[in-house]
Ligand binder design. Structure first.
Ligand SMILES: *Cc1c(COP(=O)(O)O)cnc(C)c1O
Length: 361
């Protein structure tokens, strides 16, 4: 098979051994003679996958018993609507930190549901940095504060979070969940579409503090209601069984490779390597995100001029580097290096970058 270096932004790379296990088990799940695609979600085999996957996430992230782990559908984009539907109740105000394209979309959905205020925004900086979280004026009637921990498109990330006291802090961690250690108890609700760091598209992980569920009005339709999914243990309707099964394998792989701490160390090395190459290039490559807001997951940069940037992309593709074209909203180049991307792959890219600069710089 052709050697490729996969830097896709999502859906993204899987470890080869996980894909091989999926392939090996596809026709016969653990001796049942059946594929995971063909069994009931009420079977004991699937119930075990459902339980074990929740358990693995709880262990890996150190989630306390005050939280429920849910597997939902509709991607993070559905969460943009579900969060205000469930929690932005009469007389309350939703507070958002707008740090990029994704949080902007979350704001737009909340506005359709109720009163929404942006506490801080970096739109004027083209989202190339994350807004400062110090001194935020949280509304006294805030239903919650929402932020996006990693902005996948511009390549920015929060290093530290704030405490919002009694007001629930809700965070979209779609592109950096399990990439570094976090203190889950800082947050009331965490959501993440799986297709960046956790597994395939089709399943969205929600980690929610149980006390929040009691506030949800009965009028919310069942499929959009966190309480219903929690009470039914993510089996209210047919869940995306294959996607959850793959998340299960991915979590075991993370566990085997040093857990979240191991991922963080590896991700730090990978990011340092690429940023160092950009910073040492004397302006041949330019990082787009402000240094203090740089993401460990998505590195955005440009090449010294448009002509050479096109040539860079062309030659990169020729050499097996996949997924380097930036998102249409930010342009330029983007290197996404979620958990499954090995250090060696990043090294191959920086070798290519150095060589390209030698030839064209
Ligand atoms: C990819 C992404 C989304 C959108 O996810 P979908 O599952 O496609 O809806 C939302 N937020 C962030 C931070 C993302 O990276």
């Amino acid at each position: 098979m052709k050697q490729v270096y996969n830097f896709n932004a999502g859906p993204a790379m899987f470890p080869l051994e996980v894909l091989q296990q999926v392939q090996a088990e596809l026709r016969d799940l653990q001796g049942t003679g059946l594929s995971v695609l063909e069994i009931s979600h009420r079977s004991k085999e699937y119930e075990q996958i459902n339980e074990e996957t929740q358990q693995l996430l709880k262990e890996l992230l150190g989630i306390s018993s005050e939280y429920d782990v849910l597997f939902m559908q509709g991607g993070a984009s559905t969460q943009f609507a579900m969060v205000p539907m469930n929690f932005l109740t009469e007389g309350r105000v939703a507070n958002y930190i707008e740090s990029g394209t994704w949080s902007h979309k979350a704001v737009e959905e909340a506005k359709k549901i109720g009163r929404t205020e942006i506490l801080a925004s970096s739109e004027a900086d083209q989202f190339r940095k994350v807004p400062d979280l110090q001194g935020l004026k949280i509304h006294p009637e805030a239903a919650y504060v929402h932020l996006t921990s990693n902005e996948t498109i511009a390549g920015t990330q929060y290093r530290d979070f704030i405490s919002t006291g009694e007001i629930p802090l809700i965070v979209d961690m779609s592109s950096d969940i399990l990439s570094r250690e976090i203190n889950v108890s800082n947050f009331s609700l965490i959501y993440a579409g799986a297709q960046k760091n956790l597994g395939p598209s089709g399943v969205t992980v929600v980690i929610v503090k149980r006390e929040l569920l009691h506030r949800i009005p009965n009028s919310i339709p069942n499929m959009m209601n966190y309480q219903v999914h929690a009470q039914k243990n993510s089996l209210y309707n047919t869940p995306p069984v294959f996607a959850v099964y793959m998340v299960n394998l991915m979590l075991k792989w993370i566990q085997k490779n040093g857990g979240v701490k191991g991922m963080e160390q590896r991700n730090q090395l990978k990011a340092n390597l690429i940023y160092r190459t950009i910073d040492n290039s004397e302006g041949f490559y330019n990082g787009l995100a402000h240094v203090e807001s740089r993401s460990m997951m998505n590195v955005t940069f440009s090449v010294v001029n448009d002509e050479l940037e096109k040539e860079f992309l062309r030659q990169a593709e020729e050499n097996g580097f996949v997924g380097l074209k930036g998102h249409r909203d930010a342009g330029h180049l983007r290197v996404s290096m979620y958990n499954a991307v090995p250090y060696e792959q990043c090294k191959a890219l920086t070798d290519f970058m150095d060589d390209f600069q030698k030839r064209f710089g």
